[in-house]
Ligand binder design. Structure first.
Ligand code: 13P
Length: 260
């Protein structure tokens, strides 16, 4: 089953709006003819409107880095008295197709839990926003031999109560915490072991038709020099790129490596 690779840039808390526009101006000519891989950029909320204008009519899709959602009396809340927060409905309205959820930086610094991510995922599906759901173990968990059990628990909890036909639209990003922003990358074999386990779990939970189409991105110090060998693994279907997405040439080179 051929899945189309999907490379997304997570710009994190970087780039003023003018800098985001400059980066896109550099990136667009480098990738404009690529039609055999999917591409997205995920700016801060404040740059989304500008980036949306710049990518209109191009092959670059747009995503946000987080969304807020709560469930009250069995109802998913998309607006209300939640100062400083932005709901999936608002992100969709701003022109995004994607939203990153459960990034390890959000889990680490902002207390996000799998249960909270699950509410967000369901609120996204309600409005037709597609989630990129991040999972991954810490160094301590890897050293303790817990990698597969941690990732299993995260995927199960984040996708709890979702119907298979909705899960089809989501992307899972395996991001080992110890590889994020550290320059340390999982080896292709280490990454494939986890990606294969995630695919097997999706098969168990949602069946073949879903497991075969869900893209599983790798994230964690992916760069031009290691992208090709990671992407050559059977269950690695793209990348979620941090630092290297801030340089047009590096991001374009990773996309090039992801072409079908
Ligand atoms: P780096 O590519 O900077 O390691 O970040 C990966 C990441 O966290 C993407 O979400």
């Amino acid at each position: 089953m051929a899945r189309r690779n999907f490379v997304a840039g997570n710009w994190k808390e970087n780039l003023l709006t003018s800098e985001a526009a400059d980066l896109l101006a550099e990136l667009l000519p480098l990738v404009q003819n690529i039609n055999d891989a999917d591409i997205a950029v995920c700016p801060t909320y404040l740059s989304i409107a500008t980036v949306r204008e710049r990518v209109k009519g191009t092959n670059i899709q747009l995503g946000a880095q987080n969304a807020h959602a709560v469930e009250k009396d069995g109802k998913l809340i998309q607006s209300g008295a939640y100062t400083g927060e932005v709901s999936p409905a608002m992100i969709k309205d701003a022109g995004c197709q994607w939203v990153i959820l459960g990034h390890s930086e959000r889990r680490q610094y902002f207390g996000e839990t799998d249960e909270g991510v699950n509410v967000k995922v369901r609120a996204c599906y309600e409005v037709g926003l597609k989630p990129i759901i991040c999972v991954g173990e810490t160094l301590e968990e890897r050293d303790g031999g817990e990698t597969l059990s941690v990732v299993d628990r995260q995927v199960r909890a984040c996708l709890k109560d979702l119907p298979a036909d909705r899960v089809k639209d989501s992307v899972i990003a395996y991001e080992p915490v110890w590889a994020i922003g550290t320059g340390r990358t999982a080896t292709p074999e280490q990454a494939q072991e986890v990606h294969g386990a995630i695919r097997a779990l999706l098969r168990e939970l949602f069946g073949d038709a879903t497991a075969d189409v869900v893209r599983i991105q790798y994230g964690g110090s992916m760069k031009p020099g290691n992208a090709k060998e990671l992407l050559a693994q059977p269950d690695i279907d793209g990348g979620l790129i941090g630092g290297a997405a801030l340089k047009a040439a590096d991001f374009a080179a990773i996309i090039e490596a992801a072409r079908g």
